[in-house]
Design a protein around this ligand. Sequence first.
Ligand SMILES: Cc1ncc(COP(=O)(O)O)c(C=O)c1O
Length: 396
Amino acid sequence: MAKIQHDLEIKFGTQYGKEEEEAVLRVLRNNAPTSGDECIAFEKAFAAYAGVKHARVVSNGSSALFLSMIGIGIKPGDQVLTTPITWIATAAAPVTLGAKVDFVDIDLETYNLDVKQIDAHITPQTKAIIPVHLYGQPAEMDEIMAIAQKHGISIVEDAAHAIGAEYKGRKVGGFGATGCFSFHEQKNISTLGEGGMVLTNDDAIFERISLYRSHCTRVHGVSTKYCKLNEEKFPIGKKFWWQDFDDCGYNFRMTDIQAAVGLEQLKKVDQFNQKRIDHAAFITEGLKDMAGLTLPKPRPYNKHVFHLYPVLIDPKEFGLTKEDFIQDLLYKYGIKAGFHYIPLHYSTAFKERGFKKGQFPNAEKLGDQLVTLPINPRMTEAALDHLVKSVRSLQS
Ligand SMILES: Cc1ncc(COP(=O)(O)O)c(C=O)c1O
């Protein structure tokens, strides 16, 4: 097996610098609290960056999605629509609250939800749609928002792949009732391996998300650091306070060390994304004439931030199946390609909920033929060149 190329091996490439190191030490020396001033500062900066009224930091992207379902009032028996080509967290959020998920097939040009097929899946029980801005390319938000308006249903954006991505000049995460972000180590920015953020312009949704994030704790009287919501209502300095729990909630909080790192990462996100965009252009240029490969074609009105670089392989024309492509790239050239994703309706979780192979042909085509090539801001020109040459030599 070829030695794995260093730059390609670290395939998602979280990049921390001196600023993050200093932030960690600063907060550590300040007793490394949870949900303190660093979290509030990260939320403010993130909301401003995305152009949205409220932001709440959470433990990860999955809890952002779960809290969003609570925020919009998803209940047992409700139905939520999403794509079968996503990480299971997207579909698990409504399911773990007792709701039903129905999948809508994807569009073969963007790999996002096929907006023409959504209407056919809407029932009286449909309460929400979760579009995923897959691989960093925004979903068709005009059409999706129009469908939501027509049927009176909510949109929760899964923007785990897409921090900084833009649809028609507007950043994702602020179109729907909420926008959910992940700072997992594989994402375009990270908060020490795990982390997430929920955005919303809706005060009531923000309050519900904030409460359920932290055991629905409501502090009456003087506010505590865990209940910033009450600060405005109860001036600090009152002599008494008492605590109540509105309901049974969760602990989906983030620590201040993570938030301090997130603040520094946020300052660099546009620069990281630009590198991803430039790297994607280099790969596209290097592979564009190859038979049997379909390369990403971002919609002209989208800013695609290339969390991943997807390539569709036609096995007859290219001469290799997806599995052989992945194996040969790894064993001959030391490059780890990925498959994102195995369609969710193939999983035990969703087969047991009545889904069958054959229901979503476009998603299944991706399941059979799509690989994701390594792309990250720290890839050097030499690494990119090696990647392109290696893919090219697979065909010779
Ligand atoms: C599309 C998508 N949604 C949600 C998530 C969940 O994020 P997290 O891993 O931070 O819980 C992920 C993570 O990989 C994802 O890729």
